[in-house]
Design a protein around this ligand. Structure first.
Ligand SMILES: NC(=O)c1ccc[n+]([C@@H]2O[C@H](COP(=O)([O-])OP(=O)(O)OC[C@H]3O[C@@H](n4cnc5c(N)ncnc54)[C@H](OP(=O)(O)O)[C@@H]3O)[C@@H](O)[C@H]2O)c1
Length: 331
């Protein structure tokens, strides 16, 4: 059996090139479960993998795509039946295991979440890794006592995948959400998906190096890192929580101890890829019920797998707005 896949190759001159290849199914490493992929979604990490970022993907040729949703085609596990609708987000998918930018993926059983009743496969990939990551952050805020009455929750990189999903989920469950963005022209979009207030990212980019800044946030979900994260940390209120998950601005962090010592602020590291399957299943249930944003379709643009190349360039330039859903059904 042959299938179509987006394949990134390393060239002799050190450059990388991505194209669509017709491959034999044997090309996939043999794992327990073969899935016919119907939908995937675009994440920042996928774009890095497609451009040869060795911190994400060590060996090429490789198919990126950390997200996949589809129908089980073959199964060596009696608990997962042929024909079942399933979701895979994270683990090693799309990193060093061929990923969801293809008609098929082969994965171990313990990466699989069965599609919750109240979700379609399409919706599951609108949510995708970005939504699960946002849900992990929201869960951390709640676990650490940041309830809706505590004050404003800041989301940075708010128009991006994780940012927009964070805004939408927080709004759905009643938080007062402040969206920070470099695309102030997208204020209407951010308000439509649930931001109570939209601010320019310059407002959370302090250049003074003061140890502490005026207290503004009860909690924050920071998708960008760098000086933005340092600013957010120094302007979070007493006993606030800052979820740290992204580095599109920078992976460097210049901080001092005063927000820890004088305000009891905590930085919580988020790694959604390797989060245990049990917590992921729990969060998928929430995302199919009381945490499911009403604006999923509004915040999404559907793109055919064969048209994905320009989307990869756009996300690397910081141009992402909401979610890009990838239709993997080759016509
Ligand atoms: N730790 C985890 O488990 C986990 C999971 C998923 C993603 N991530 C990481 O989280 C980050 C965001 O991922 P994503 O898929 O949501 O990416 P994305 O869709 O590209 O969103 C990133 C957003 O950040 C803002 N931005 C871009 N460049 C910036 C810059 N130089 N300075 C400040 N803001 C900038 C933009 O939003 P505005 O224009 O609205 O400001 C952009 O839309 C990435 O670093 C990704 O690797 C981590």
């Amino acid at each position: 059996m042959n299938y179509t896949a987006f394949v990134t190759e390393e060239l002799e001159n050190g450059d990388y090139r991505s194209s669509f290849n017709e491959l034999s199914i044997e090309y996939l490493h043999t794992n327990d479960i073969l899935i016919k992929v119907l939908w995937s979604s675009l994440n920042y990490k996928d774009a890095l993998s497609a451009k040869g970022h060795k911190g994400i993907t060590r060996n090429y040729p490789h198919t990126p795509g950390v997200d996949a949703a589809g129908i089980v085609e073959k199964s060596n596990n009696p608990d997962i039946m042929v024909g079942e609708e399933v979701i895979v987000t994270g683990h090693d998918l799309g990193m060093n295991t061929n990923g969801g930018f293809a008609e098929f993926v082969s994965v171990p059983s313990n990466w699989i979440v069965k599609l919750p009743n109240k979700l379609t496969l399409r919706e599951s990939m609108i949510i995708g890794t970005a939504g699960i990551t946002a849900a992990i952050c929201v869960n951390e805020l709640i676990k650490h006592g940041i309830t809706t009455d505590k004050g404003k929750i800041l989301v940075t990189g708010a128009t991006g995948g994780v940012g927009s999903m964070s805004v939408a989920i927080l709004n759905k469950i009643g938080y007062n959400v402040i969206a920070s963005t470099g695309k102030i022209e997208e204020t209407d979009f951010l308000k439509a998906i649930g931001a109570n207030e939209v601010i320019h990212r310059d407002e959370v980019y302090d250049r003074t190096e003061k140890h502490l800044l005026p207290r503004r946030w009860a909690g924050a979900i920071d998708t960008v890192g760098g000086n933005t994260l340092s600013t957010v940390f120094r302007s979070t209120d007493y006993h606030g929580i800052v979820c740290v998950l992204g580095l599109v601005e920078s992976s460097d962090l210049n901080i001092n101890l005063f927000p820890f010592l004088q305000r009891g602020v905590s930085l919580i590291g988020i790694d959604s890829a390797e989060r245990g399957l049990e917590i992921k299943k729990e969060l998928w249930q929430k995302l199919s019920n009381e945490w499911k944003p009403d604006c999923l379709e509004y915040m999404t643009r559907e793109v055919d797998l064969l048209d994905i190349n320009p989307e990869i360039d756009n996300i690397l330039k910081g141009g992402q707005i909401g979610k890009t859903l990838i239709n993997c059904k080759i016509k």
